[in-house]
Every structure is written in C-alpha cells, then in structure tokens.
Design a protein around this ligand. Structure first.
Ligand code: GLU
Length: 552
C-alpha cells in the first residue's frame, strides 16, 4: 500500500463542531499511524456563508486540540505546501475547477441549464403532485450546441449528466452500498456565481491533492455516489471511503448547535421579561427570533444572554468545550471513543479507555469503527477531565488554568497573579472537574468581606465553645498574624504552629475560627494558602469584622 493521504475539509461557516473534530482526529490518526499525510482544506465556495474569521477559528480549535496537519494553511507549526498541491482555500482554486468543467463540457458530460428558481420549484411541485420525487434530468430535446451559445450571454448553472447506471460505494465501515440511478439526479456542479458546488470542488480537490482515503461523517454518505460518478467522468481513481457513525445527544436527538439556541429560548420564555436590550440585539432581530424557531441568535449574543439568565448551554462546538474548561487531551481522548474503541482490556476486564495520541495513532483502523450512532456522554468526558486535572503537576496546571482564564474569565486573572494561581492550584485541582468550576473551591476570594455570612453551626461549634472559646483564641492571635512577613503560606503555617505550641492549643482550635472569619464556613483550602491568597490586610479585616459581628 502506498502511504495514505487523508483530509479534513471543513466549511468555514461557524465554529468547529465536536463531530468535525472527531472526523479530523480520525483522519490525522489514520494518516499518522500509517506513515501518511493529513491534509487540511478550507471549503469556502459558499461565499455568502463563509468567513475568514470562521476559518481561523477552526484552525485555532484544531491546533488547540493538538490535531496538527501536514499540508494546508500555515498556522503555528502546522501546514505548509511542501508537496505543492495548494492553495488550500477552495476560493483560491477556481482555475482547477474551470479546467475540470471544460473537460466535462467538451465530453458532453456537463451542460448549461437556465431554469429560474421559480421554474425549478414548479417542476418539483408537479413531480410531487404525481407522488414522485423530483429528479432533474436533461430533457430529451436538449440541444447542446444552442445551449452553449445561449450560455455565452445568459446566467446559467452547469449540471452533470449522471450516467444511467447504479453506483456502488465501497465503504470500509459500511460495506457496499448501492445507489440506483433513479435516485441520482443531474446535479448542479457550477453555480450561477461561477463557483463550483461542494460536490464538484471536493472531487477535483481530493484528486489534485492526492487524497487516497476519504474519511467523513455518515451524513455525507448520500453525496458519495455523486462523487464516485463524477470521478468516473473525470477519469479519476476512486479513493477508499470510510463514513463515520453519527454522534447523538443522550436522548437520541442530533447534536446540533441549535440545542444552544433552544436552551436560551426556553429560559427567555420562562423568565417572561427579557428584552431585546437584555439580549444585546435590535428590537426587530429579537422579535423575529422569538417568533421563528428556525432563526438563531448570534453566538456572541447567545453566550452573554445565557450567563445573564443563568442557563448552562450544552456544549456542541469545540469552542463550547474550551469555554467550559475541558482540557484538549481529555476531549481528544473522549471523542476518540465516539464510534471507535481499541478493543483492549485493562486489569479487571474493563475496556481500555484512557490513552494518548500516540496510542490512538498506532491503533486506529476502520475495522473497529462501529456503524451505529454513538451517544455523547458528558459525564464520562467530565470524569476524564477531572482525573486529568487532578493528576497534573501544579505548575503545569496553573499555566493552563491562567491561559484559560485569560480567554474566558478575565476577572479571575485580574484578581489573581500567576503566583497566586500556582499557590492555589493544589487546592483547586482535586475539586474542579472543569476549569470553569475552578472558582468554587476558592469562592471566598470573590466575595466582598462586608457580605460574608457566618455559618451558624460552625460558629456555635468553633467560636463559642471551647476553653478558651474560639473567638478569644482568634482575638489573641490576630496581632501575631499581622507580624508575619513575608505573608507566604509557609511563613503563615510556621507561625500558626509556633503559636499553638506555645499556647498549648490544638491546631484545630485556632484554624477553624480563622477559616470561619475568612470564608464564613469551616472548610477552605489549607489555611496558609487561604490566608496568603487573601493577603494580610484583607485577612485581618475579615477577622476584625467577624469578631465584631460575633460580639454584637
Ligand atoms: N465541507 C464539507 C463539510 O464541512 C466536507 C465534507 C467532506 O468531507 O467531503 O461538511
């Protein structure tokens, strides 16, 4: 076998869907596990819906996941054109398509058509009225020469004359799938704007880029016979096909970005008083969105509105998982199990599920890819992420945590220095399944001292009881705390230990009152870290306030 060339070919019309990331991952794994190359191509022939910003976002998400490509747009250390098969944006490849159009036109296998949208709609309606599916075919009286003449001055599309025979698609996962001619229309291959359709561009580019293995989602299976027919007409070899199973929500519905819009829509309805201004959009846009379920709010409006309404958005796109604070290694490990498994057991007979990229590359093959749709199990992904966060070396975790906060939680970065985050890492890591949960174990840092409410039970147990009472211990100790310099966890812990030893106190009888004063409750990260992260002044202020509150 020659070294395989796989490709991932996203359309830059929005963020990278998690299913797209899985496709890209398997394409990369197959290529890299078989000494091949992985190509990334941006399919931006739909000029209205494509944007450069979306294309960049996709490259960035792939790079973040560590799914690197060999040939394709240059980004970080990825991409480049060492085989000279670029450019990798379809909008820059029109000359390739034009050459292929000409080839088909010359052979009489492509032909211009002039029907308007209305005429096509009528044709469809009359077919449906006769209980038939509308299949466009070249008319029996079609005159090629005069159509070509007419095409010189009139807007038109080009259609492909589908050969009158069934097409068999050989698929590595699904086996042989036969598509009868009756289901295959003379599809449009060039649009009125002169751009190729997806079907045409994909066939021309896969050939020009030397793609040997087309690995993509099952939603494309119905496109494949059209591609195979086009390949035949153009004299191209047919690549190996592998259509990956779909990914569903746990309830069996399609995992679609509409799910996010749906969640916000429900919350807006429940709240009853949300205005266009709250949503950050024009009255007209808001009214239209409220009326029409097929209209979606733009993502940059949806996320702040969801935050405002306290709705958790389901994660669908890679960007959503990033925002929630999943680590790329956990995401990649989890999505590798969507429709595939390595078929190995670990001790105790359980399936081996935790592995890294090198393992995936070495094991991935089509034989173990399932046919049936797989369900996206967020709890499992959370467990992967939790274990990964917990196992990290604190310095490494702190860096990732900070990079995440710089993007998604600016207030956290403003509140905590890089050193603070390093210091807090061991307290956060065992308590946060995702980075967006990292504030919970250190919530005391984000409350205003004036609003702390003291847990009554804790106060009764640790402040009022004992001989001497906790509140008195705290009052005596406060001036000693003021002397600690530098105010680091180690110096603080040492002073606490000294003090307890000197006064003949158990550590708990000093530690718990301090915790209550600082956080309102008797649970917090290690005391040295809790105090140091608040700083000396703030710690003393909180102790003073607490003592005053307790003596009223
Ligand atoms: N641009 C297509 C998409 O984003 C690619 C499909 C294919 O892999 O052929 O769905």
């Amino acid at each position: 076998m020659t070294n395989p060339i796989t490709r991932f070919a996203p359309s830059p019309t929005g963020h990278l869907h998690i299913g797209g990331a899985r496709t890209a991952l398997f394409c990369a794994a197959y290529a890299h596990g078989h000494a091949g190359r992985f190509v990334l191509r941006i399919e931006d022939t739909d000029q209205k819906r494509s944007s450069e910003a979306a294309a960049r976002g996709i490259l960035e998400d792939l790079a973040w996941l560590g799914i690197t490509w060999d040939d394709g747009p240059a980004f970080d250390s990825c991409g480049g054109d060492s085989r000279s098969v670029g450019p990798y944006y379809q909008s820059e490849r029109l000359s390739f398509y034009n050459e292929a159009f000409q080839k088909l036109l010359d052979a009489g296998l492509a032909y211009p058509c002039f029907e308007t949208t209305e005429e096509l709609a009528e044709m469809r309606q009359s077919a449906e009225a006769n209980k038939q599916t509308f299949i466009y075919r070249q008319r029996a009286d079609y005159d090629h020469a005069s159509a070509l003449k007419r095409a010189e001055s009139e807007e038109h599309v080009l259609r492909f004359k589908m050969p009158a025979q069934a097409v068999t698609v050989k698929d590595e996962i699904l086996g042989e799938v036969v598509f009868p001619y009756e289901e295959l229309d003379d599809l449009v291959i060039r649009k009125r704007d002169g751009f190729p359709t997806y079907h045409f561009a994909v066939v021309v580019d896969d050939q020009a880029m030397g793609v040997t293995h087309v690995i993509r989602g099952q939603e494309h299976l119905n496109n494949t016979p059209r591609h195979v027919a086009l390949m035949g007409a153009l004299g191209y070899p047919v690549p190996v096909f592998a259509h990956l199973p779909l990914i569903f929500n746990p309830d069996g519905s399609k995992m679609s970005k509409r799910d996010k819009d749906k969640a916000v829509r429900a919350a807006v309805k429940a709240a009853g008083d949300v205005t266009a201004q709250d949503a950050g959009v024009d009255e007209g846009v808001f009214a239209k969105w409220q009326k029409d379920k097929t209209v979606q709010l733009p993502q940059d409006k949806l996320v702040p509105l969801a935050e405002r309404l306290n709705v958790e958005l389901p994660e669908i796109e890679v960007e959503d998982f990033r925002r929630s604070g999943y680590l790329p290694e956990a995401v990649v490990n989890y999505i590798a199990l969507l429709g595939w498994n390595p078929g190995e057991k670990v001790e105790g007979g359980k399936d081996l599920e935790r592995f890294d990229r090198a393992y995936l590359d070495s094991k991935f093959d089509f034989g173990r890819v399932g046919k049936a749709a797989s369900k996206f199990d967020r709890e499992k992904l959370r467990a992967f992420n939790f274990d990964l966060i917990k196992s990290m070396e604190p310095g490494a975790f702190a860096k990732i945590w900070r990079a995440w906060a710089e993007r998604y939680d600016k207030a956290l970065v403003q509140r905590l220095s890089a050193e603070d985050m390093h210091m807090l890492a061991p307290a956060v890591q065992p308590r946060a399944a995702t980075l967006s949960e990292s504030r919970q174990p250190i919530a005391y840092l984000f409350v205003d001292a004036g609003t702390i409410e003291y847990d009554e039970k804790a106060v009764a147990k640790f402040m009022h009881k004992g001989e001497p009472a906790g509140a008195d211990v705290l009052r005596e100790f406060a001036p000693r705390l003021a002397e600690v310099e530098p105010f680091t966890p180690e110096a603080i812990e040492a002073r606490l230990a000294d003090y307890c030893e000197h006064e003949g106190l158990k550590m708990g009888s000093l530690a718990q009152p301090i915790r209550i004063a600082l956080t309102g409750a008797a649970v917090s990260p290690p005391l040295g870290v809790t105090l140091a992260s608040l700083g000396k002044e703030e710690s003393l202020r909180r102790i003073e306030r607490c003592l005053a509150a307790l003596t009223v």
